[in-house]
Design a protein around this ligand. Structure first.
Ligand code: NCD
Length: 307
């Protein structure tokens, strides 16, 4: 049966484990998967800029022996003529077997999923969710920290508009004994719906602070984020806030020896280049892990759709 993934919560914790196990098997024996999606087509519909996510989906499909159709720019698609997301999704269902879609509007992926006759994967809908980035983040945390529980997780930067942050909190809140440290300027605090519905509702401990350096020594994971310029109403606010936090090698001296420094990328100034050689820097590992998790997800959804 056709199933879409719009939110990380569309996948149960058992399914996350299953996808991680598949991704780990792909890492160990990639040749075993080289024909897994032969004859199948992935359509990537990206109505917002992307390097990693789109190429990661496309590389994932090619490594599974499948093919790719791609819309890389809203301006050159019929969206620019006023076509609705629902009509685009119906149309693409006639050409492809599965869709990965990124769109600037919150809820667009859900609209597409309701209209499409094939599975839709949300590759980011406005400031809302980004479930496959979270899958990349989860595999990274599992490989680096060995577990999803008992962690103090710092999230730093644009917690208001950062969709990767919202999805990661939803995912990590399902595991026991985690605590969150929310580090942001006043204006970019985590939306109250996430705080209330996810953290307070489940009694998960969290602190809010504006001070990265003070929080750093107690963190097991530090998830840095870019200030999301494209979601600001005015450029002045963006310019004032964009360099609120810059992690560098000097600041990292105060951190735990086994801290895992993450970033969904692209980075602007949030992490100085002098951190890149530090063994605690995990952001390029996230990129690679994202491809393996997307391979696992594409296979799972295509298999379910065929049943
Ligand atoms: C993120 C996104 O698009 O939300 N990028 C990504 O997919 N890796 C983060 C960002 O753009 O800042």
């Amino acid at each position: 049966m056709k199933r879409s993934v719009i939110d990380i919560l569309d996948l149960s914790t058992e399914e996350i484990e299953e996808l991680i196990a598949t991704a780990q098997d792909i890492i160990e024996r990639p040749a075993g998967y080289a024909r897994a999606c032969a004859g199948k087509k992935l359509a990537t519909l990206f109505f917002e800029p992307s390097t990693r996510t789109r190429l990661s989906f496309e590389a994932a499909m090619y490594e599974l022996g499948g093919n790719v159709l791609s819309v890389t720019d809203a301006a050159t698609s019929s969206a620019s003529k006023g076509e609705s997301v629902a009509d685009t999704a119906r149309t693409v269902s006639c050409y492809a077997d599965i869709i990965a879609m990124r769109h600037p509007k919150e809820g667009a992926a859900l609209v597409a999923a309701n209209a499409a006759s094939i599975p839709v994967i949300n590759a980011g809908d406005g400031g809302h969710c980004h479930p496959t980035q979270t899958m990349a983040d989860l595999l990274t945390i599992r490989r680096e920290k060995g577990a999803f529980s008992g962690l103090t997780i710092g999230l730093c930067g644009d917690l208001k508009f950062g969709r990767t942050v919202h999805s990661l909190i939803n995912a990590m809140a399902r595991y026991p004994d985690n605590r969150f440290v929310l580090i942001s300027p006043e204006e970019l605090k985590l939306p109250s719906y996430v705080k209330k519905d996810v953290l307070r509702e489940r009694g998960i401990p969290y602190d809010q602070t504006t001070d990265l350096e003070a929080a750093l020594p107690r963190l097991d994971v530090l998830y840095m984020t870019r200030v999301q310029r494209e979601r600001f109403f005015n450029e002045e606010d963006y310019l004032r806030l964009k360099d609120s936090y810059i992690l560098d090698a000097a600041k990292l001296r105060a951190a735990k020896k086994d801290l895992c420094v993450m970033h969904p990328l692209p980075r602007v100034n949030e992490i100085a280049a002098d951190v890149d050689a530090d063994p605690r820097a995990c952001y390029f590992k996230q990129v690679l892990n994202g491809k393996y998790m997307r391979m696992a997800l594409i296979m799972k959804l295509l298999k379910e759709a065929a049943q």
